[in-house]
Write a protein that binds this ligand. Sequence first.
Ligand code: SF4
Ligand code: SF4
Length: 214
Amino acid sequence: MYTITKQKPFEEIEQSLDDKKVYIVGCGTCATVCQTGGKAEVLEMKMKLEEIGRSVTGWMVIPTVCDSLTKEALIEEAEAVNKAGVILVMSCSFGVQTVSRYSDKIVIPALNTLFIGMEDTPEHFYEICKQCGECILALTGGICPITRCAKGLLNGPCGGSQGGKCEISPDLPCAWQLIIERLSKTGRLHKLEEIIPPKNWGLSPTGWVANSKR
Ligand code: SF4
Ligand code: SF4
């Protein structure tokens, strides 16, 4: 499972960098898999910044930027980091916030964080969970209709599916087709008769600071 990211337009990154001297941090886990912040992308960013007259005081690819070991990595690189006015972080927003926690420098994200997901075919990712706070996978054969159905339907397909594909794109499987096949295979098709009530989005952490106790 990875945090899926996409690189911001270079012009936006350039405008966010308040200082000419930049230190770049890449991530060896999710951003490397997404090809948005691994070694190759960090070196490409370095080249682009230097082409527009920025000075890159150093760079590193931390194995997992969101990990607390980032603190030690920043200490090890203190000399090069301190020469920079700004740290450009090529990781998900979790990594950006981790660097912010451990450094007093200006910290700028180079990526947009899209979702938590899986890679199914090379360079294609799909979302796993929207953290709705009220999981219904028991009724849907372990396939989430909130993330995988284009309309987020809770009680069966919309009727637009063609040949097992979603009506919004022939590249996407119809989530409800997958759910029905799965329930059928496991002898649980009767689960479809249970009406799933409208989601109580008040239980979702979206929009407030999430925390939980066991
Ligand atoms: S039903 Fe909710 S908690 Fe369960 S996988 Fe889907 S979004 Fe996540
Ligand atoms: S075709 Fe299937 S996946 Fe697409 S919107 Fe309709 S029910 Fe959802």
